[in-house]
Ligand binder design. Structure first.
Ligand code: GLN
Length: 253
């Protein structure tokens, strides 16, 4: 009986060890930096950082994420969701990190940890080409379009009041609304403004005034320092060896 029990115990222990051993290699969304697959959530409506081109994800963030993945030995899978769902998705562990031209802010830092920054950005004001709006001061009492949950949304709501706000889950829908006269201005990140206005330069103009200056970083679940350290090391390397610049230059002239 004793022998039988110890045999059962050893089997249980072996099974336990096998289970533990497997954990590290099959982990996906709960990655601690040892996973072989990492889930990146993004909002692929934000050219040149992330967009879909014939069903394929492209852009600065997409290419950077793949390169970071290569450096840390993980395959990166993309989860395309609404911008305002990105932080909750990282917090719940359904994605390992968010990379979406996401600005580092003190409020967001309460819910996620940010990597080293990899790009600077400016919140810019876009108006119809015939508009009389010339500066931030002219925007009071006007209808302002933003992408839901972005820093543009947060700053404009504070400065111009809730009644001025028109929110869109895709900023291109805001540009469409501005084209038909439903809104007077859009506040969006500079490179995204350029990419969209370039396609329709007779309809829109970008004002010279910078509304806010910011920096982008990758967000991971709070406390996931194993993954964060690896991402930071990869970003640092890409910054110093020119790999980051090479990717950026492909998309921003
Ligand atoms: N940089 C802005 C923010 O973080 C907008 C990002 C986006 O729309 N993808 O809020």
């Amino acid at each position: 009986m004793k022998k039988f029990l110890s045999l059962v115990l050893s089997i249980v222990m072996i099974l336990g060890l096998v289970a533990c051993g497997q954990k590290a290699t099959t982990t996906t969304a709960s990655a601690d930096g040892t996973a072989t697959k990492l889930v990146m959530c993004t909002n692929a409506e934000f050219p040149p950082y992330e967009f879909k081109d014939g069903g394929e994800f492209k852009g600065i963030d997409v290419e950077c994420a793949k390169l970071i993945g290569q450096k840390i030995g993980a395959e990166v899978e993309i989860l395309d969701i609404a911008f305002d769902s990105l932080i909750p998705t990282v917090m719940s562990g359904k994605a390992d990190f968010a990379m979406a031209g996401m600005t580092v802010t003190e409020d967001r830092k309460e819910n996620v940890d940010f990597s080293h920054t990899y790009q600077k950005a400016v919140q810019t004001i876009v108006v119809p080409s015939t508009s009389g709006i010339q500066s931030v001061d002219d925007m009071y009492g006007k209808k302002i379009g933003v992408q839901t949950g972005t820093t543009g949304d947060i700053y404009c709501s504070g400065d111009f009041g809730e009644e001025s706000m028109m929110r869109y889950s895709k900023i291109v829908d805001g540009f469409q609304a501005m084209k038909t006269g439903k809104i007077d201005a859009i506040v969006v990140d500079d490179q995204v403004a350029k990419a969209i206005v370039e396609q329709d330069s007779s309809s829109f103009k970008i004002l010279d005034t910078a509304y806010a200056e910011e920096e982008y970083a990758i967000a991971v679940k709070k406390g996931n320092s194993a993954l964060l350290n690896k991402i930071n090391a990869a970003i640092d390397e890409m910054k110093s060896n020119g790999e980051l610049k090479k990717i950026v230059d492909k998309y921003i002239q």
